[in-house]
Write a protein that binds this ligand. Sequence first.
Ligand SMILES: Nc1ncnc2c1ncn2[C@@H]1O[C@H](COP(=O)(O)OP(=O)(O)OP(=O)(O)O)[C@@H](O)[C@H]1O
Ligand SMILES: [Mg+2]
Length: 369
Amino acid sequence: MSFQRILQHPKLQQLLQFLPNLQSGPLIGLDIGSSNVKLVHLAEKDGEFTLEHYALAELDPDAIVDGAVMDASQVADTIRSLFTETKVPTKKVAISVAGNSVIVKKINLPIMDEDELGAAIAVEAEQYIPFEISDVHLDFHIMDNDSRPAPEGQMPVLLVAAKKDRVSEMIAMVEEAGASVVVVDVDAFGLENIFCANYGAGDPIVGLVNIGATVININVLVDGVSAFTRDISMGGSRYTEEIQKSLNISFMEAERAKCGEAIEGIDEDRVLAIVQDTNGEVAAEIGRTFDYFRSTVQSQQVSRVYLSGGGAKASGLVEQVADRLGIPVELFNPFANLHIAKGIDPEVLKQDAPFLGVAAGLATRRLAD
Ligand SMILES: Nc1ncnc2c1ncn2[C@@H]1O[C@H](COP(=O)(O)OP(=O)(O)OP(=O)(O)O)[C@@H](O)[C@H]1O
Ligand SMILES: [Mg+2]
């Protein structure tokens, strides 16, 4: 893995009352999405990972609405049930933030060392962050190996600002479930870490796209290093809402119909047509992001795209994104080159794997990172 971060700046660790004993050891990856909570435990030996445990559980649609937690107790209960189900050896977790609660920006700053930047970051960040600086946790990473070097006398810095209220809310839910948060990462970086754990740098320019229920995380890697990230407010719920509206059925029925279940009185061809239309919208949105990347960030084209997230399972989406982008697109398997513990059924894992990219990436983090 090329590049470890985020929200782990010593100051932030104090702020979050991080554990004082930073010995190395596994962390449990916990991806709290608006539709599903995912838990992954990876063991590491000689630099190789083994998937030891995983579990996922659906949340009621009213538990987290548009990224806002409406029923924290339900989320905490769900987290607790995942720990009970998997019996993982630790309750220290890495979580992540995404969407409009986090801003990731690459900026150029005068050359200085980590400590100097630590002292200056709040002032430097002010002009780049559309929130009150006192309302966000700030973190940064000096990008030594960036694909686009900074102008003379400057250095490229990855700046991350996560809304404090959002982070606190997530930590509180994890604590209510009897676990403790040690690392707060960003969805897009979790995805990057698990991609690199599988493929190293991969192709020269790869696009990682995670399609959740309400957010699409995009991370473009150049030689294995993030060159561009963007979160789009769109996802699997768009399909469900369209089906619900058009066929005048409940959200849950629409959800089941979308996933290919036969429902009495519902014309499957109409469902499929809505799925295809929505695939077109999602593909167009992803396409626009890659067009933007090519025109403003890097003149070269992304050569391969990996889709993950539950939303990537929408019938025909992989093909429609490939059509729109004109490059190879495949479903990402976050465990393609990892060892798998004996107790895990490969057939069930195959179905679940698209959901688990972010949680698996979070599970690559170690206490001492
Ligand atoms: N077989 C399927 N076909 C189409 N969509 C599916 C399928 N299975 C799950 N989904 C959709 O995947 C989405 C959930 O995926 P995921 O668990 O990755 O999202 P999330 O992390 O909870 O959401 P977010 O990150 O946006 O808050 C839901 O919209 C769900 O309807
Ligand atoms: Mg998600």
